[in-house]
Design a protein around this ligand. Structure first.
Ligand code: AMP
Length: 112
């Protein structure tokens, strides 16, 4: 756990969140400022900050996270489709420096 990381604290249960799923390496909870009808954040419990820090081991972890999203999509109200977003760095608007996948859906999403 990395000090002062809000997602590490959520993963550890130290600050509250609306969790929809948890296992030994993953936590999924509702975004506090949803950008779609359903907006979840899928977060690996092990802290790393950026997609650009991907290693082979982390890439496999990311693959498992995406597989879990696929497995749970119906239960999370995403059976009609969903969009995954990972913001990398400042220009992409990354505000929390703990890797996370935005999972958006529950309605027709605009695509510009
Ligand atoms: P990003 O801009 O890609 O780093 O995304 C960070 C996301 O985390 C934003 O969509 C925030 O609304 C969300 N967020 C920040 N703090 C919390 C929190 N305590 N609980 C749930 N979502 C949060």
């Amino acid at each position: 756990m990395t000090d002062n990381c809000i997602f590490c604290k959520i993963a550890a249960g130290e600050i509250p969140s609306q969790k929809v799923y948890e296992d030994e390496e993953t936590v999924v909870f509702r975004d506090i400022e949803p950008k779609a009808k359903i907006h979840l954040l899928c977060v690996p419990k092990d802290h790393f900050a950026y997609l650009s820090e991907l290693t082979e081991v982390r890439a496999r972890l990311l693959g498992r996270l995406m597989q879990k999203i696929a497995e749970h999509k119906d239960e999370w109200g995403l059976s009609q489709g969903y969009r995954l977003v990972i913001n990398q760095g400042e220009n992409a608007g990354q505000t929390v420096n703990h890797l996370h996948i935005h999972v958006l859906g529950g309605e027709t999403l605009e695509w510009e």
